[in-house]
Design a protein around this ligand. Structure first.
Ligand SMILES: [Ca+2]
Ligand SMILES: [Ca+2]
Length: 350
């Protein structure tokens, strides 16, 4: 036994491969090649560099805090920042009745700083005309790929610079290095509540890149790997930030069938013989094996759950409103497909 074991070990040693040697042409970056990024936002920001999310403010509101991270610069370096003032989504107001102000500052230890050379565009504004009595807000859709290096921001405005006194930074701002960095925002630091900044930094004078391995971790599929989206849950479209459902009503009265809108006027269930169907739009619909719904918690019959025709990824749900809901007022609608519940949307039943 002993002899044969030694023989096996000797044979294994003979066929063992030497450890792989690193590619002599591969030069890895070291920590000395990194630079420091400091950012301060009143009230929150997320920062992309060269299309990759590199930092989000970990405190969504107070206290204001400095984000400080090390990054490995690859020039030209496109910095894209989505910054938000603390403002109620429906009114634009802060603390109920106040108009709050904003501000953003960033410095890289390679000398890159925020200034009016940065581009800016506003995506959420309010209260319009500073009207705090009947506040109105305005949203502009955020374009896909706003963070991509090749996104076209040529039509965007230049950022406006503000004094430190105007912004009044607090928290740990004074403890971090922002020397030379300006506070920037759009031209309305009070009413513009969500803005995006973009700037492309060129390599500093005399800079030479001393490494050639930029990293090989593939995170292009991280949204699915990290289960950051629930791809099988159905969803219902909303008209606006208030959660109002998107769709229309079909009323069946005897042999008559009529179509009505419900966005502006409450739903009238009509005489007891009327059948009123909510026809709602949504998405993320799997092959349907079961479909149920509730309106204000009351079970409601789903007469149809399927794709719109022509098929464009949009789903349609026809839901019979229970007559017991007459006079209910605002009511949440949830559809459950194959056991998975959608987000709630609102309708108003008089
Ligand atoms: Ca504001
Ligand atoms: Ca603020």
């Amino acid at each position: 036994m002993r002899t044969s074991l030694l023989f096996v070990l000797a044979a294994l040693a003979a066929i063992a491969q030497p450890p792989p040697r690193p590619d002599p042409n591969l030069i890895k970056a070291t920590f000395n090649n990194t630079i420091k990024l400091n950012a301060y936002a009143d009230n929150w920001c997320m920062i992309y560099i060269n299309g990759k999310l590199i930092a989000t403010d970990s405190i969504e509101f107070l206290p204001h805090n400095v984000i400080s991270v090390s990054i490995l610069p690859i020039y030209p370096m496109t910095i894209a920042v989505l910054a938000k003032d603390n403002a109620d989504p429906k009114t634009g107001l802060e603390y109920g009745t106040q108009i709050g102000d904003a501000g953003f500052s960033l410095k890289l230890s390679d000398g890159t700083v925020t200034s009016s050379a940065w581009k800016v565009k506003t995506f959420f504004k309010g209260p319009l005309n500073r009207n705090i009595v009947t506040p109105q807000v305005e949203y502009t859709p955020v374009p896909a790929n706003w963070f991509a290096p090749d996104f076209d921001d040529s039509s965007w405005a230049q950022a406006t610079e503000y004094t430190e006194a105007r912004v009044g930074p607090d928290g740990d701002y004074n403890a971090a290095n922002f020397t030379g960095a300006k506070f920037i925002w759009s031209d309305d630091i009070d009413l513009d509540n969500t803005v995006i900044f973009r700037y492309t930094a060129q390599k500093p004078a005399g800079y030479t890149k001393s490494w050639n391995a930029d990293g090989d971790i593939n995170i292009t599929n991280i949204v699915h790997e990290g289960r950051l989206t629930p791809p099988t849950a159905p969803m219902l479209f909303q008209v606006n930030g208030n959660g109002m459902a998107t769709g229309y009503l079909t009323r069946v009265r005897g042999t008559q069938q009529t179509t009505e809108q419900f966005a502006q006027t409450p739903i009238d269930l009509g005489p007891a013989t009327d059948q009123v169907y909510l026809v709602l739009y949504g998405g993320n619909l799997p092959a349907v094996t079961s479909a149920t719904a509730t309106i204000a918690g009351t079970p409601a019959t789903v007469a149809y759950a399927g794709a719109l025709t022509p098929f464009n990824g949009v789903a349609q749900f026809n839901i019979l409103i229970p007559r017991s809901l007459a006079g209910k007022g605002a009511a949440e609608v949830v559809v459950t497909i194959n056991g998975q519940a959608s987000n709630p949307v609102l309708v108003n039943i008089q």
